[in-house]
Design a protein around this ligand. Structure first.
Ligand code: PLP
Length: 466
């Protein structure tokens, strides 16, 4: 009996040891997935799914493109290799060929000036998305918006001190672009026999007009400039919806409501890198965008901060009908980015961003100070609560004026000097003005500054040809 017991014990021990060895081999060599296909070449380490994704991302990021382009995981592939996407003015398979006569493109508001910050923070900001990440339309609480992301949005506003969010509702949108029209819809009068009048102050961001016209609703109509409206309709400000862009695109002004009716405060640029933060904005409907906060315009994420519950529900309904909520993958990425943005109380991100913008403005003003043909907007010093000092604004765009009487098409004058800007009439202003973007990559900015310098030198007779 005793012998049989001993024998049984020995056998059990042996089986247990064998099972443990098998488990260990699977865990450390096989990636822990029973039944998953093993690597054909036994010399190659078998990677877990996240390690494989990371290896792919790092291999593509390591393609240098001569420092004048980028390769992306989702880019085109040639002979099994991701191809380089070259910066403006560079070409060739490795982006090493510069076109010397290339124009400086300062047209778009692509916020690539922040790319170096994210490269410096590669470790903290990378996201790995599993194949089964949040496949559902909704979160566990039956909403389509991540509560944790909302918490981080509130956190960054509190930290920067640029918006009151306590007791307010937050709605996410596909960029702030989607929320602009959602807000117009939510504020427009439902039961009125006439449509609500949508207005903005010249020069204004063209999307307000474009969207209101495009959606062609019976409930709202674009009526143009607030000041013209005021002089023609001084008594009737009741059914107006006014876009107040503060700081303004294109001129960087901290705008206030002109008409005092219903307002949509577009605060795309109300962050410490573009303007001193003078206090928390406390308006009924405020719209922000990730594009100009972290620079991730491609992620397409914005949010509205709303005081009134009815308005909130209408904006929510708009988003729900338009697209059943915002991509969960996007929300995950934004959460990760905001976690980095709030690190060190926001100082690393905002100091990097502000220093970049300030340096660009210093160099730009130095060039324009030598010109009588071109001028740029005045910037006002204000106390910034976030940095706790008085600073000049460093707007995203230079609003250039051609001063000579004959230069009434400023865009054409600049274009002749190999500079592409966005003409004044795009913003319902005069074409004597042109907007130049200062938030693109350092390569774009360097070329812009070079072309501007050449233009100003020609004006002063230092360069003969034109
Ligand atoms: C004033 C203003 N509002 C809104 C937007 C749209 O931003 P988003 O990328 O969030 O759609 C922009 C973009 O340039 C802008 O300048």
């Amino acid at each position: 009996m005793g012998k049989t017991k001993k024998y049984c014990f020995g056998l059990c021990l042996l089986i247990s040891v064998a099972i443990n060895i098998l488990f260990s081999i699977n865990l450390y060599v096989g990636g822990g997935q029973w039944g998953e296909k093993k690597h054909e070449d036994s010399c190659q380490p078998v990677l877990s799914w996240s390690e494989k994704a990371a290896a792919e991302a790092e291999a593509v990021a390591a393609i240098s493109c001569s420092g004048h382009g980028r390769a992306y995981v989702d880019g085109l592939v040639f002979e099994g290799q991701p191809i380089c996407e070259c910066f403006d003015c560079y070409g060739g398979s490795d982006c090493s060929e510069l076109s010397p006569e290339c124009s400086a493109d300062a047209d778009s508001g692509d916020p690539l000036f922040l790319e170096p910050f994210w490269m410096q923070h590669a470790t903290e900001s990378a996201v790995v998305i599993s194949g089964w990440h949040r496949m559902s339309y909704r979160y566990a609480d039956y909403t389509t918006m991540s509560k944790e992301l909302e918490n981080y949005i509130r956190k960054i506003h509190l930290l920067v001190g640029n918006a009151a969010t306590e007791g307010r509702y937050i709605v996410f949108g596909i960029g702030s672009t989607q929320l602009l029209n959602a807000a117009v819809y939510a504020l427009s009068s439902e039961n009125s026999s006439s449509s609500s009048n949508v207005l903005a102050s010249i020069p204004f961001y063209p999307m307000y007009k474009a969207q209101t016209a495009f959606f062609n609703s019976e409930s709202f109509e674009f009526e143009g400039d607030t000041y013209s409206w005021q002089s023609n309709n001084s008594k009737n400000n009741e059914d107006v919806i006014e876009f107040v862009t503060s700081p303004n695109n294109p001129d960087g002004e901290l705008k206030k409501s002109v008409l005092g009716g219903k307002t949509i405060y577009d605060h795309a640029y109300y962050w410490p890198h573009f303007t001193p933060i003078t206090g928390p904005s406390d308006h009924d409907l405020m719209i922000f965008t990730l594009s100009k906060l972290t620079g991730h315009a491609g992620t397409r994420f914005g949010w509205a901060v709303i005081k009134d519950k009815d308005v909130y529900e209408k904006v929510l309904n708009y988003i729900s009908i338009a697209d059943l909520g915002i991509s969960k993958d996007t929300q995950l990425r934004v959460l990760k980015l905001l976690k980095v943005a709030v690190e060190g109380d926001g100082k690393p991100l905002f100091e990097f961003a502000y220093n970049t913008m300030r340096e660009r403005w210093d160099r730009l003003t130095s060039v324009f100070s030598k010109s009588t043909r071109f001028s740029i907007q005045k910037r006002h010093p204000l106390h910034c609560n976030f940095f706790n000092e008085t600073r000049l604004a460093s707007p995203a765009y230079a609003w250039v004026k051609c001063e000579r009487e004959e230069d009434d098409d400023c865009g054409a004058v600049l274009e002749a000097g190999k500079i592409i800007g966005r003409i004044g009439s795009t913003f319902s202003a005069k074409d004597r003005y042109t907007r130049l973007s200062l938030i693109k990559s350092k390569y774009d900015f360097e070329l812009l500054l070079q072309r501007l310098t050449e233009l100003v030198l020609r004006e002063n007779g230092s360069i003969q040809t034109m």
